[in-house]
Design a protein around this ligand. Sequence first.
Ligand SMILES: NC(=O)c1ccc[n+]([C@@H]2O[C@H](COP(=O)([O-])OP(=O)(O)OC[C@H]3O[C@@H](n4cnc5c(N)ncnc54)[C@H](O)[C@@H]3O)[C@@H](O)[C@H]2O)c1
Length: 333
Amino acid sequence: MLKAGLIGCGSMGGGHLGNYYRFNRENDLLRLVCVCDIREERLNIVNQSEGEIRLYQDIDEMLAKEDLDMVTIALPTYLHHDAAIKCLEHGVNVLCEKPMALTVSDCDEMIAAAEKAGKLLLIGQCLRFAGNYVYLKKLVEEKTYGDVIAAHFIRCSSCRPPFGWNNWFMKKELSGGGLYDLHIHDADIMRAIFGNPTAVSAVTRPVFEDSVNDSFAGLYHYPSMVISAESDWSRKHFPFTADYTVNFERATLNLHGDVLTLATTEEPMHTVNLNDIPGIPTDDPYYLETKYLAECIRDGKPNTYNPPFESRETIRLLNAANESGMTGVTVKL
Ligand SMILES: NC(=O)c1ccc[n+]([C@@H]2O[C@H](COP(=O)([O-])OP(=O)(O)OC[C@H]3O[C@@H](n4cnc5c(N)ncnc54)[C@H](O)[C@@H]3O)[C@@H](O)[C@H]2O)c1
């Protein structure tokens, strides 16, 4: 049984905590044995009836005292690089939340640290484990309804400051802004499904103070498809929205909320139930990404499904989108 630790027990760490309880209850793959957060009030949310979970307020102390197989890092983005490298150098496999980091050179250092330590690094680009997106990838790869003509991805929320511990999300040098924190999900899954575009044209607009790209609209250039995307985390009290529409030669697929709707040249619009489709995951993607990494560690296998170089390439793409938004010029990749 693998021993796991959680570093950062804020909003996303709280989500990971719930999934770790599931491992403690449901199987023998891994056990959460410790949690680290500098804030005592966040450590107080740990439910000790879910197992013996030791609490720390310092990462170094936790690494020194525990003998861990893996950690999940759910720290603010600007801390990912240092924390991931520290854990890898300590011989611990790492699941690090997205964004991997904000610069390609930081991503490269993280990958190099994993290679040097001979440990696994997986970035929590969770849509790669989410059924609604895995299904889309399958349709594209198998050309079930022919080639894709056009696709549109949208991701919006109402994250007004103060947001996160110390308002770190709203500081562009700490979070990268909405482009890097919100749109990154669509940029990464778009790359996973369609590969790298050849260029990006973006329009970005700051909304909050000390910000740069709270509102984003972009066009990704591919040789034979039109792919557009938008993200905005300055909406007013609207619920979180993450939708897509993909138009194939012989069908159109739409995700709205949790509802997938398909219309084909043969069939009128109908709801797709992923439970009816073999091989498509329907479990919580955060649970599945953690399970995947743990199984790779247990079985001595490499992380081929979501290797960190993929996440690094997504950061490279976002840098290009950001540059395009700042300059008004189409940026080639
Ligand atoms: N995959 C997703 O869907 C998803 C969703 C939300 C957030 N995230 C990502 O998760 C990460 C965390 O976001 P969040 O919303 O949980 O932020 P948050 O501010 O709610 O939580 C961060 C936590 O880290 C703690 N912390 C700060 N410095 C620390 C240190 N040195 N040692 C230990 N703990 C420390 C803070 O006390 C806080 O509890 C971000 O990178 C964010 O982009 C991913």
